[in-house]
Design a protein around this ligand. Structure first.
Ligand SMILES: *Cc1c(COP(=O)(O)O)cnc(C)c1O
Length: 358
């Protein structure tokens, strides 16, 4: 019974996170977690932070982390916002830059959290169909909206819209904020963070969850003009001034500073991705070009639903979206080379004789 619920949440359909299995042991390729551990320096910083000082509130500004990001990304501290996972940062973004009753535009196939935030905050969300090949068309995002939100590279397709496309969208919406969610950009994409100097309407959101192996710590960032960052701080300080705890600030700062480890791990993931793509193409799968730590694949002879449940029976979790145009695709996170060998063998069994057509 929802009789005690506020009118605002009575008709909301919340986001459905990927399954985190508790009993059975699965090969987990369903939530785009990194298969490699966080930087040893991050773990050391977290261990070092476990102690008497936890009785004190953390630094509300997360200065240690902001400073690390400023140094590594060559930015001013005033251009950086940090939060408890980029999902939280995105929820602040929607509250800071989009008015109730206004209309933002997003691709029809994208991160499914965007329409949930829009719903929660009373913002209309117009969807723009991706092209037939699942690339993002630029024209429909040029003006006639109250804001733009784009995941780049996009999820769950994995496809990147180049910097020139983003630049055109920024120039087509000089009076509106354009949000570029770069959750996956470290796996071969081109970041538009350098453009924040040129475009005061650009806000770039990133996360420590994927490329820095810290999904469990909950740390996200945003980069933009100091006025946008001030808007995010205004929302934050109206909700919870201490979104990042002491351990998260220390661990994420150390991870950001450990550039060599970061580069080595993301290169490993990208190498495994290329290897897996070739292997699945050899089995007859269609594999969209990916600049992320996942691949989006379909098979001409076996449905997405069948592949998804078949893999689950074999102890492999992937993500399947029962959604128009993509219901025959699986989103498969890149695990270790060993994980991907097990996956490929299971897929080969599932498609049986329906392998690559001659
Ligand atoms: C994973 C993901 C996020 C959320 O990341 P957290 O920082 O773990 O909250 C945001 N956007 C996209 C597109 C993602 O895939």
């Amino acid at each position: 019974m929802k009789e005690f619920w506020s009118g605002r949440i009575q008709n909301i359909t919340p986001y459905t996170p990927g399954e985190q299995p508790r009993e059975r042991k699965f090969i987990k390729l369903n939530t785009n977690e990194n298969p490699y551990p966080p930087s040893p320096r991050a773990l050391e910083a977290i261990r070092h932070g476990v102690g008497e000082s936890l009785r004190l509130y953390p630094d509300p500004a997360g200065t240690e982390l902001v400073r690390a990001l400023a140094e590594v990304y060559g930015l001013e501290e005033e251009q950086i916002f940090v939060g408890n996972g980029s999902d939280e940062v995105l929820s602040f973004v929607f509250q800071a830059f989009f008015d109730q009753g206004s209309e933002i535009v997003v691709p029809d196939i994208t991160y499914s959290f965007y329409p949930v935030y829009a719903d929660l905050f009373g913002i209309r969300c117009r969807t723009v169909p991706l092209r037939e090949d699942f690339t993002i068309p630029v024209e429909p995002f040029l003006g006639g909206n109250d804001g733009v939100v784009i995941a780049n590279p996009n999820a769950p397709t994995g496809i990147e819209l180049g910097t020139e496309g983003i630049r055109r969208i920024l120039e087509g919406n000089p009076e509106r904020v354009v949000i570029v969610d770069e959750a996956y950009v470290d796996f071969g994409g081109e970041s538009v963070v350098p453009l924040i100097r040129e475009y005061p309407n650009l806000l770039v959101v990133q996360t420590a969850s994927k490329s820095r192996s810290l999904a469990g710590l909950r740390v996200g960032f945003a980069f933009g003009h100091p006025d946008l960052i001030a808007g995010l701080n205004c929302v934050k300080n109206s909700v919870n001034s201490y979104t990042l705890d002491r351990l998260a600030i220390a661990g994420a700062a150390a991870a950001v500073r450990d550039v060599d480890y970061f580069d080595a791990q993301r290169r490993r993931v990208m190498a495994t991705r290329e290897r897996t793509m070739k292997c699945l193409e050899g089995l007859g799968f269609t594999v969209l070009p990916s600049k992320t730590n996942f691949i989006f694949v379909s098979h001409p002879a076996v449905s997405g639903r069948e592949l998804f449940s078949g893999l689950r029976r074999e102890g492999i979790l992937v993500r399947w979206f029962d959604q128009h145009r993509i219901s025959d695709f699986l989103r498969i996170t890149i695990g270790t080379d060993g994980d991907m060998d097990v996956l490929a063998a299971a897929l080969a069994r599932l498609i049986g004789g329906r392998g690559p057509s001659a």
